[in-house]
Every structure is written in C-alpha cells, then in structure tokens.
Design a protein around this ligand. Structure first.
Ligand code: BES
Ligand code: ZN
Length: 880
C-alpha cells in the first residue's frame, strides 16, 4: 500500500518534470464501458483558504448493475492530489494505492461510504482548472476534467450524483459563499469565520460542480416562469463593476423567456446565479444554477464595450442558460458526445440571437465564423468528425467542428423537418432523456420518434470529417423552358479517413430570372445524397441565375459555374439576403484569387457591385457593412494551392485601394450617414456604427491621410466604445501621426480597466503593417502584459496568430514569436497554450520557405522537455 507522504506519481500541480509517456495515451470512443461503480450521493466539506483549502468528501458508492467488471477495486480519478486520509464506511483504511494520479481503493461489498481528505493550493493553480484563485476570490472550473483536481472521484459525465456541499471560510475574505442548488443552512463560527451549506436536488456529473467564495456584490432581479414560479436571479461581480451588469441581467431574462416560448423549457430551481471572474480559460461555464463567466462576457457599458461585446454577452449568457436543459438536465454519456450538448446549444443560442436581432445579419456572421475557423480545421491536420473517434486530451476537442459544425448539423435537421416536427423531436428528446447521460444517437432517435421522419442517412455528418464540396451547373433549354441543375459532391480525405461516402446535403435552391431579376422558380429544398444528381425545373421562361445553398442551408463549399456578370446580377436581385451576400463574396474572391496568383484582377464588377450596395435604399446598414467587406486573407489562402501571404496581402490591398478611390464619395457618405446615439443598442443603430467604420477602412486603403484625419475625429468625439475602437482599428494599420496619439490617449484613459486594455493590446496585434512583429515583441514586454491571464495572453498571442500577413512574415519572426509564447504559456496553462497551435497547422500548404520555417517551429515546440499532453497532441498531429 502506498504511504500518504510518498505517492506513486509526482504532484501534477507542482511537478516540473515531463509526465511519463503513459499519460499521453489515446482514448477511443469504441472503448466506452459503463462505469463499474456509481456514486448516487456525495457530500463535500471545504475549509477555504487561498493557499490551502482542505477538501473532505464522502461518497456513497454502489456497484453498477450494468458494469461488466465485478472487480474489487474502485478507481477514483485524481490529478495532482495526495490523499491525507482514506476511510471506508467510517473506518480509516490503508487499502488504497495510487496509479497515474488516480486513487485505487479495495472494496469487497456491494455498497460503501468512502471518505477522503485532501489539501489543495488554489493560489498555485495556474492551469485554472479545478479550484483556483482569481483576484482574491476562489472559484472552480470542472469541465471537462477539473473535478479530479479538487478531490478523487469517478470524473466522467455518466456518473451522476446528488451533491451536498458545505464550505467554511473567513467572513471578511469570503463574504459570499456559493455552490450549486439551494442554500439550506448558514451561520457564523468562531474567529470571524462563517459557513454555508448547499444542496442540489438534481443529480449531476462532476463537471457541473461549482463553488465560489469571495467579496462579491450582486445585481439582483427575479423572473417568473411560465408556470408561475418565481426565480431569484443574481449577477455577482466586484462592487466597482456593478454598473456594468445590467445588460447581462437583461439578456438572462430574455433567454429564459425565449427558451419557454421556443422550446417549452422552464427553469427548474429557485435561484440562478452568474459570477464574473477575471481569470478564465474559456468564455463561460454552465454549472447547475451557478454559471461562472469570464468577466469579458458579463461586464459592459457604453463607454467600455462595443456593440459586438454587447451581442457576445447576450449570446454567451443565453448559451450557458440554455445548457440547463441541453447539457445539465440531459447530459453527455462520454466526452465523444460533446456536440450533443455543445452543437445543439450553439444552434439554440444562434437562433436566440437571430430572434432578438437581425436574422440575415446573424446568419452571415455565423457563417463567417464557420468559414474562418471550422473550414480550415476540416481541411487541415487536426480535422476530426463532429463526434470524434479518439483524443489524447479532451480539452483540445472543444473545437469549431464540435461546436459550430455541430450546430450546422442540428440546423440541417431543423431545415429538413421544419419547425413543428423539429420541436416535437426535441420535446421527446428532453422527456425521454431527462436526468440521463445521452448520446448523439439518442438525440437523432428522439428527432425521428417525434417527427416520424427517418434521419438515418444524416448520421454520417456525425462520423465523417471534412467539408463537402459541391459542384453545381445549370443548363437551360429555352425552347422546352426547362432548366436542369447538375450537382456533384466530393469530400477530400482527412486524417484516418481516406475514403469518403456521399453525404445528404440539403440545398435550399431557387432560380432568379437574369432579365427580370424575379424569382422565376421559388425556393425549394433539394437533398443531394448521391455523388452525382440532376434536378429539373419547369417553366423556366428566361435564362436562369442559380441561387443555391440559400441561407447557407448546408455547411459545404459550393463551386457553382457562374460568371462575374451573373454574380453581380445576383448580388443585386437575389431574394435571399444571405445569397446576395454570398454572390458579393464570390465576386470579390474570384478577383482576389486571380490577383494573388499574379494575374490581372477584374476590379470593375466588384466596384460596381459595392457601389450599388452602398447606394441601395432598401438595404440596411448592417447588411451593407457585411456585404462590402472583402474576404479575409486566410479565406483567400484557403483557395490557393500554394499560399504566398505577401501576394495575397498585396492583391487584397490593391483591390481595397481600387474600391476606396473609385467609390470615395459613396464611402464617405456611408461613413457620415445617419447618426446613432451611443446608448442606442438597436440593430439599426449598431448597423450604422458598423458601416461607418468599415467604410472608413476602405477610404484608408486609397487615401491614408484623409482616413487618418477622419478616424481621429471619430475617435475624439466618440461617446461609445464601438466608434472609438472602430476608429482606432483603422488608425493602427495606417502610417499617420494620429495613430500614436490615439493609441496613447486610449491607454491613458483605460489602462486601469483590464477588459479595455485587452482591446488596446489586441488592436495592435491585429494591425496590417510591415512592423507588426516588432510591435508584438514590444507588447509582450509591456509592463501590463501578463501571461497568467488568459484574456491578456490571447489579446496578444492569440490575435497575432490570426493576423495572416504579420504571422506569416517572410523572415519567420512571427513563427518564432508565437512558438515562444506557446512554450512559455504551456508551463502555466496548457489548455490555453494548446489553443494557440492551430495557426501552425496548415504549414504544408505554404510556399516552401515558410513551410520549412513553420515546421521547424513545430518541431522545436515538440522537443521542449516537459510538454503538456495538450500541446503535445496538437503539435504532433500538426506534424504528422
Ligand atoms: N461548456 C462550455 C465551457 C467549457 C468549454 C468548459 C471548454 C470546459 C472546456 C460552455 O458552455 C461553452 O461552450 N462556452 C463557450 C461559449 C459559447 C457561447 C459557445 C466558450 O467558453 O467559449
Ligand atoms: Zn456550451
């Protein structure tokens, strides 16, 4: 038996040595087995301290009748823990040992009570997983495998327990004590200490456990549910931040009402708490009744938050709230099913944001994110299915594929079934799986059961990775008035999946008359499910223009045979706003790809289409801003066989400058158009502000000094962060005296506000300038730069990695910088470090010099002693 003071493995929370290679094992979906032991109840007792917290746990364990293994050992996962004592049925025992951080206890009977005591150091927890300290408060993050850093437990989502939590701490240091569920008792103890006890009536997996202790103040409100129950709502922040909490509270109430109306889902406890913390790995976390948020997704006011920040807060608040049903009441059987809760909940939050804002603008933004992040993932070395087959580190699988492509999959179900049948399906899903840990197959089965529609063919979207490419060509027989649409689909090989099957692809399709501009064949839903397929349209009285994948009905790449003239016409006449946007993007993309290959760009159709968009009286400003924005450099790179970032940048700048000079007056008019009060957060006002800045950026491409003057004026008179940040965003990429002045003024005014200071770092790291690498090297040495805060690290290194031209600087210094940051960050926070690896992932597609340098940096990272499994997995897969 192991001795308490000499565990088998070093303490992972303090270890500096490389973990032995057995920890880098691959976990496979096919190896899933039900748990050997269940834990119907757990009682936790915390004695709180920033540097030392004692955790006493009592687990009621019983054999799982469904388990295959009838062995006499229970494995309780642990990460960096040492047991200070173990009890079986109240008696101290030495019948335990350690294995790879886990605690193994010998048990002979059918059911026992296990007692365990451990001590942890929240202040030393730089991974921000488990219990950690942030600005003097204590908080937790347990998804996916953080609970095992708090106490020993079968830390897997299919073990559901009722939690009873007691905590005690210094009343001055921790005036507020929170955990999941209802506070059932509280009181004072000796020496200025106090305690509270919580009970969560809903059994939950350990990843949903939460605890918060600190000096917090609440913005309080109530919500009355559809059945008339009153829920107490609270948004907890540091006192000084209270004035910035109203938008989060308003968003929460909107989300609660929306889920009742659209999904029939009601909140199920008497309290709902949101807590903001300054140090947080992700955006936010849906712990039952105690959501913990990165403060970036809670705090907002007109002076410090942009319109995009306000929208993101509403979205994230809604997302985490929606998890109460899609995640908490019905959870995931194992982490391979992650998209069951995340893909579905992203679809739900997207629908919510569309409903409270502008649906077409929201759709365009969601597709832009999908293309910017998920498509590259699907086409690179880290490609994986929405339901992955294996992982080394589960944190690496909180990806755009699981989230955003997963949401597109749910959207396809919604499209194919229609809203009523879809709702019947989700009703059945929630009823049937309430209180259970479910799978993606269970979800599809419920949609089928509720709708009566066979969805079996669509399941391939869960298992087959890669973005389908669909070729489309329309043929018109003028005499017979028949148009034939010829479709072909193809999916490229991805790692581990060399041969692909055809997938069912729902294509909303219409035909627009090229002469009249009318919808000559109204929209219909075509499901392409063969490698090749042809579809006929009758009564086609004039040459048709193909409007396909309307509203982006499937997450695919469409390669349609359409001339620039046809695209220009569609950009002005298509009856689907998304398709209009798409026609504009395609028009610009065609020119840019030619330019990036060194050819002569056909600018005229682009300039005409943008001019027409700007002059249109029927389009709203937000749509105009989206439509006239050029495809990003990385999107252009995705279309190149061999990527030359300098050529792409030059072509894009050339086109921007051509637009800026040809449409100078229209752009200035858009820039100066209608005023929008800084506190007006209506979609219309947001659109005006958006267009103002996008237009100014294009003016700057042709006439830098004029734009610098206008930007400085916008900056100086701004009464809101959107205009201020927008102006500064234009200035940072220009060579003008106004640039320094504005950066300095911004720093001077906001350096005490960490979230706004993040913007100051991020703006400079995103600048389109020849000296951006020098600038980020300088920023990384700035006294306000700290690597321990994920938001600050991302604002420099994360943003820089996404700055295509600068990151791919020909001298390789961008690569060296990001690799240095990854190596340094990995020692503190592997999860956040691993998320900075993907920009290196597509090295094979770059011209040989850059490809070699990128590969060299990946190899340098891989060779770093003591690399975490998080970074190890991303780097080795990128090199494979
Ligand atoms: N469950 C996640 C939070 C999470 C992610 C925990 C990864 C552990 C690892 C949460 O519901 C989530 O998805 N948050 C997103 C924001 C959301 C709006 C997509 C996030 O944190 O980025
Ligand atoms: Zn989520």
């Amino acid at each position: 038996m192991a001795d308490v003071r000499s565990p088998t493995l070093p303490d992972a929370q303090t270890a500096v040595e490389a973990p032995p290679s057995p920890t880098h094992v691959t976990i496979r979906r096919e190896d899933y087995r039900p748990p050997d032991w269940l834990v119907p109840e757990i009682a936790l007792n915390f004695t709180l301290g920033i540097e030392s917290t004692r955790v006493q746990s009592k687990l009621q364990v019983e054999r799982n009748p469904e388990a295959a293994d009838k062995g006499d050992v229970i494995r309780l996962n642990g990460d960096g823990l040492k047991p200070a004592g173990v009890w079986i049925d109240g008696t101290p025992t030495d019948k335990w040992s350690m294995d790879c951080g886990d605690l193994l206890i010998e048990l002979s009977g059918e059911a026992h009570e296990i007692g365990i005591e451990v001590e942890i150091n929240p202040a030393a927890n730089t991974k921000l997983m488990g219990l950690y300290a942030s600005n003097g408060m204590l908080c937790t993050q347990c998804e996916a495998q953080g609970f095992r850093r708090i106490t020993f437990f079968p830390d897997r989502p299919d073990v559901l327990s009722k939690y009873r939590v007691r905590m005690e701490g210094d009343a001055g240091q921790f005036p507020i004590l929170l955990s999941n569920g209802n506070r059932i008792a509280h009181g004072d103890s000796a020496d200025g200490r106090h305690w509270a006890e919580f009970e969560d009536p809903f059994p939950k997996p350990s990843y949903l456990f939460a605890l918060v202790a600190g000096d917090l103040k609440a913005n309080r409100d109530t919500f009355t549910t559809m059945s008339g129950r009153k829920v107490d709502l609270a948004v907890w922040v540091r006192e000084a931040d209270l004035p910035k909490t109203q938008h989060a509270m308003d968003s929460l109430k909107l989300a609660m009402a929306w889920d009742e109306k659209v999904y029939g889902r009601e909140y199920d406890l008497d309290q709902f708490n949101i807590v903001a913390v300054g140090d947080f790995n992700m955006g936010a976390m849906e712990n039952k009744s105690l959501n913990i948020f990165n403060s970036a997704y809670v705090l907002a006011d007109q002076e410090t938050a942009t319109d995009a920040d306000f929208d993101n807060i509403a979205r994230v608040v809604a997302h985490e709230y929606f998890h109460n049903w899609s995640g908490d009441r019905v959870t995931c059987r194992d982490w391979f099913q992650l998209s069951l809760k995340e893909g579905f909940t992203v679809f739900r939050d997207q629908s919510f944001s569309a409903d409270v804002g502008s649906p077409p603008v929201k759709r365009i933004e969601d597709v832009r994110v999908l293309r910017a992040v998920q498509f590259p993932e699907d086409q690179g070395p880290l490609a994986h299915p929405v339901r992955p087959d294996s992982y080394i580190e589960i944190s690496n699988f909180y990806t755009a594929t699981v989230y955003n492509k997963g949401a597109e999959l749910i959207r396809m179900f919604h499209t194919v079934l229609g809203p009523e049948k879809f709702r019947a399906g989700t009703d059945l899903y929630f009823d049937r799986n309430d209180g259970k840990a479910a799978t993606c197959d269970d979800f599809v089965a419920a949609l089928e059961g509720g709708s009566g529609v066979d969805l079996e063919p669509f399941k391939i979207w869960y298992s087959q990775a890669g973005t389908p490419k669909v070729r489309a060509r329309i043929e018109h027989d003028a005499e017979a008035k028949i148009a034939t649409l010829h479709l072909e689909q193809h999916v490229d090989p991805t790692p581990g999946q060399p041969d692909k099957q055809p997938m069912p692809i729902p294509l909303r399709t219409a035909l627009i008359g090229s002469e009249t501009g009318h919808e000559i064949c109204p929209e219909r839903l075509i499901v392409l499910d063969q490698a090749r397929q042809s579809v006929m349209f009758e009564n086609v009285t004039e040459p048709p223009l193909l409007s396909i994948n309307r509203n982006f009905s499937a997450p695919i790449i469409v390669e349609a045979e359409r001339s620039p003239g046809e695209l220009e016409r569609l950009a002005q006449t298509d009856t689907d706003p998304f398709a209009r946007y798409e026609a504009m993007q395609e028009l610009m993309m065609r020119a840019l790809v030619v330019g990036a290959r060194g050819g002569d760009m056909d600018r005229e159709p682009v300039v005409r289409a943008i001019g027409a968009t700007l002059r249109s009286n029927s389009l709203d400003p937000a749509f105009k801003a989206d439509a006239i924005m050029l495809p990003s450099e990385s999107l252009i790179a995705d279309r190149m066989d061999v990527v030359d970032p300098d050529a792409i940048h030059a072509a894009r700048e050339e086109l921007r400058s051509a637009i800026g000079s040809a449409l100078h007056d229209e752009l200035i008019a858009a820039h100066r158009s209608d005023s929008a009060a800084g506190d007006d957060l209506s979609p219309a006002a947001k659109g005006v502000r958006r267009l103002r800045t996008v237009a100014l950026g294009l003016v700057g491409a042709a006439n830098p000094s004029e734009a610098a003057g206008l930007a400085k004026a916008q900056f100086d008179r701004a009464d809101n962060m959107t205009d201020r940040q927008g102006a500064l965003g234009v200035l940072v990429s220009l060579d003008a005296p106004e640039r320094e002045a504005a950066l300095e003024a911004f720093y001077h005014r906001f350096h005490d506000d960490p979230l706004v200071l993040d913007k100051w770092f991020a703006l400079q790291a995103s600048a389109q300038r020849a000296d951006t690498v020098d600038q980020v090297l300088r920023l990384a040495k700035h006294p306000d730069f700290v690597m321990t805060n994920p938001n600050r690290l991302r604002s420099v290194a994360g943003v820089f990695g996404a700055n295509h031209w600068a990151f791919h600087s020909a001298d390789g210094r961008g690569y060296a910088f990001l690799a240095d940051m990854i190596i340094a960050a990995d020692k503190l926070n592997p999860q956040v470090a691993a998320r900075m690896v993907p920009p290196f992932g597509r090295w094979r597609r770059f011209e040989p010099k850059r490809a070699a340098m990128m590969r060299q940096q990946l190899e340098r990272i891989a060779a770093t002693p003591g690399l975490s499994k998080d970074v190890y997995e991303q780097v080795t897969k990128s090199l494979a």
